[in-house]
Ligand binder design. Sequence first.
Ligand SMILES: *[C@@H]1O[C@H](CO)[C@@H](O)[C@H](O)[C@H]1NC(C)=O
Ligand SMILES: *[C@@H]1O[C@H](CO)[C@@H](O)[C@H](O)[C@H]1NC(C)=O
Ligand SMILES: *[C@@H]1O[C@H](CO)[C@@H](O)[C@H](O)[C@H]1NC(C)=O
Ligand SMILES: *[C@@H]1O[C@H](CO)[C@@H](O)[C@H](O)[C@H]1NC(C)=O
Ligand SMILES: *[C@@H]1O[C@H](CO)[C@@H](O)[C@H](O)[C@H]1NC(C)=O
Length: 510
Amino acid sequence: MCCVYLQGSMRGTLVVIFQALLWLVVSASALFTVSLEKSIYEAELHGDIKLVCMFAKVKSLSDLTVIWSRLEPKPDVNVYWLERGKENHNYTSAAFIKRAHLIHEQLNENRAVLHLKKLRIKDSGTYRCIVKEGDDGDYKQVMLNVTAPYTAIKKTIIKTGQDEVELSCESQGFPSAQVIWSDGQNTNLTEMSNSTTRSTHEDLIQVISKLTVKRDLVNNYSCSFLVKGEIQQTATFKIPDEILTQCSAQYAWIIAVVVVLLAIVLISVILRRRKNGQKNRRNESSNCAFLFPHSSSGKTDSLLTVNENSLKTCDINSEETAEKSLRNVLIRQYSHLYTNAEMKSRLVSYELLSNEGLSLNISSIVPDKKEIILLLGKPGCGKTSLAQILSSCWAESTTTDPFNIRQLRLVFQADCSRAKGDLFQVVKSSVSYEKPLDVSELREMLLGPTDCLLILDGYEEGNKDLDETLEWFLQERQTCRVLLTSHPGKCPTLEKSIRTVLQLTQKPES
Ligand SMILES: *[C@@H]1O[C@H](CO)[C@@H](O)[C@H](O)[C@H]1NC(C)=O
Ligand SMILES: *[C@@H]1O[C@H](CO)[C@@H](O)[C@H](O)[C@H]1NC(C)=O
Ligand SMILES: *[C@@H]1O[C@H](CO)[C@@H](O)[C@H](O)[C@H]1NC(C)=O
Ligand SMILES: *[C@@H]1O[C@H](CO)[C@@H](O)[C@H](O)[C@H]1NC(C)=O
Ligand SMILES: *[C@@H]1O[C@H](CO)[C@@H](O)[C@H](O)[C@H]1NC(C)=O
């Protein structure tokens, strides 16, 4: 586990050994002392915090070494390293790169202040500062707790029986909360309730608590979220008043939906008639024609504007339809790249090596769900062809599937060497859609639970928009598999943070 954030296991072990040695030296010394302002820090999710270690006066800052690491939870990770006055980011854990800084101005005031930004729940733990001047040094430990206040309660009432309704309160935060129920007479109803929890992608705890009550008994029911004995959120249901308002609201909603659906049917009938009247071009994707209106049709503008606005109302099954139509477009786009024979002759010429130099089967190139693989190779070694083979294999232009890639829903292959804009624009520009492709929809598909593979071919660090959105995307996505191809040395930050780095070479001709 200690190597998760480091490129190779050797390097990881060396760092740990080195830190342990340093720690021994430091703990034996008594001349130089480090002290604390406080030993427990509390901060909120997405906020920032400054952890402070104070040290005895030093003669020269250029001889000063400051190492911040996190000891708990295991494994130890390096958070920040100043080595004899010079910053060294070589061993910094990927989780802290760009989020951890030392406030240099404060060193003059004998304070080693670690500034952590964009806090995550998982940043909670025990941190140690080691401060050294020459051979003298000392260390101290502090604890950081990152919390998230519970969000405003979402109330729901569902009819569960002839004369019963289920009240439900939902909220999320951190750490765990106890949900207490009571009625208008302050009777404790907690034992009759049922709470379930799950953790969100940001490691928050989502709590849903339910209580079943008689629907015609006049009473007020409250749910309260307690954290460490303190109430953070409360909501009250007034029964039966709220049942009536919620039900009538529900009816209003149903009527609205029916009206909108009727309007859609009407509009699509008119549209279809007009289209048939014009020319019968492409009838494939007309099952959700409002999603991707033709950009080129000039005559039916007024109707099409209406349809663009009704994008939301098509949502009921738009996700599936949008995914399907995108899938068809991508399959068409990739299906002419490689034939079976071409693929076979190409594949035998490749040699795929793990970072330790072991020879791997070529099918190891396909990342698992949520995995990232960085494929490095010298110019001309065939990385782009390999990417194209993957895409065409997925698009079934080859008879066999040596990569087992056809199980994936979507494969996006984007050429980064001519990249402009952020990640999603780069992906968008690589899809040759006849109609305007909605970036936000593409984004949702890439971030969501669809099993997809994103191939970024010829990636190089240095394009700020792309680098930043890629970093964000790699953290936020739910399942998307990512394969990056690059030349050695062109993406030093990623090379350090990605666990699976593979090398591609051409087999020597025999
Ligand atoms: C960081 O690593 C690079 C390449 O491995 C090396 O050239 C450089 O000297 C290292 N920097 C420090 C401060 O150790
Ligand atoms: C910090 O978190 C730990 C572990 O969750 C907990 O035991 C401790 O009480 C917390 N400290 C504070 C001050 O909240
Ligand atoms: C209500 O009951 C629950 C468990 O039955 C208990 O944990 C809680 O402290 C009680 N709350 C009050 C206000 O009595
Ligand atoms: C609570 O809800 C879960 C899931 O809905 C159910 O399996 C369980 O039996 C319920 N427990 C009580 C005490 O009602
Ligand atoms: C419920 O609360 C309202 C005010 O919020 C109060 O007027 C009413 O009497 C309460 N009803 C019961 C049954 O406690």
